[in-house]
Write a new protein. Structure first.
Length: 324
């Protein structure tokens, strides 16, 4: 009988869900923290940097989840409590909604993730200056601002409507895309240009990279930090710059009470455009995903993240990284 009980006990241990033991976290007992997994890489990497720290570094039992979605639906989810953390608000692009939710106490702003993120319409530098190493002559040396674009529509010809140029105005579903469409209309560009709105950041980036690789003109909305800006020599066209974006960390107010240890870290969380470009370029170079880029950052940039956490948290994060 005793042997049978022992065997049964061992069988129960073996059959317990792996999640109870994985990373030392009992997932059923853990408090789930939901991140807004927005549709661009840097936001996904920031989410997983924090996710790794809270799952492995904090004494309280947390489980990170990542909920994909566009900007405005994610902000709505944050305000309604379906999402706990937005690591990259870019709320300059939807200032009225942001201010309304702040005023009503439905979201809390914990401060900047990164300062002064540039955004606007970019063109390859060789369009203005040429590139002697690639044998490219400057085709628009006098393209000084958005006011000159009507004279250069033929350079940016729409393959499906060659009588007009083509300007890429951002990604479908992004708040900034509506801003770009309004700007396009305000500049009266509809007579000379068509507008394109790809379905994803990857699709938009692909159009830029393909044109650059062929040495052809391209114009469209882009932003930093991004890996492609570290790889391609692009410049913003004067007159198209949006004010440098506020890229802040927003949380649902409930987090202040239910996870104050996480809030403490988020208030200290701080990066730069250069640092973001660095880990995004590593993500591209290593051909890895957002989790891989987050691990790279935690392993290689202790000079940054150690300022966000206490020594005991840092020690547990190091131990977790060493066991990967």
């Amino acid at each position: 009988m005793l042997k049978r009980l022992v065997a049964t006990f061992i069988w129960v241990l073996i059959m317990l869900p792996i999640s109870v033991f994985a990373n030392g976290v009992d997932e059923e007992a853990a408090q789930t923290i939901v991140f807004a997994d927005l549709t661009w890489d840097s936001a996904m990497v920031h989410n997983r940097i924090v996710g790794f720290i809270i799952e492995h570094g904090l004494e309280k039992n947390y489980k990170a989840e990542y909920l994909g979605g566009a900007t405005i639906p994610s902000l709505t989810g944050l305000s309604e409590g379906d999402i706990d953390i937005d690591m990259e608000s870019w709320h300059s692009n939807f200032q009225d909604l942001y201010e309304d939710l702040i005023e009503k106490g439905k979201i809390v702003d914990l401060g900047k993730n990164l300062p002064d993120a540039p955004q606007g319409w970019y063109i390859p530098r060789y369009v203005l200056e040429g590139d002697s190493e690639r044998g490219i002559d400057p085709v628009a040396p006098d393209l000084d601002s958005v006011a000159d674009l009507d004279d250069y529509a033929h350079l940016f010809a729409d393959p499906e409507d060659p009588k007009k140029g083509l300007i890429y105005l951002g990604v479908s579903g992004w708040a900034v895309t509506e801003v770009q469409e309004n700007f396009f209309d305000e500049q009266g560009l509809g007579a000379s240009y068509n507008k394109s709105i790809p379905g994803s950041a990857a699709a938009l980036a692909a159009t830029m990279a393909a044109a650059f690789d062929r040495g052809e003109p391209w114009i469209g909305y882009w932003w930093e930090p991004t890996a492609i800006m570290g790889r391609l020599d692009m410049v913003r066209l004067p007159g198209t710059e949006l004010p440098p974006a506020d890229v802040n960390i927003l949380v649902n107010p409930s987090l202040l009470d239910t996870a104050p240890d996480i809030v403490t870290i988020l208030k200290k969380y701080d990066t730069t455009v250069a640092v973001n470009n660095e880990f995004l370029l590593q993500m591209e170079t290593m051909n890895t995903d957002a989790e891989g880029a987050a691990i790279w950052f935690l392993e290689n940039r202790e000079d940054i993240w150690l300022d966000w956490v206490d020594a005991d948290v840092a020690a547990r994060v190091r131990d977790a990284l060493a066991s990967l």
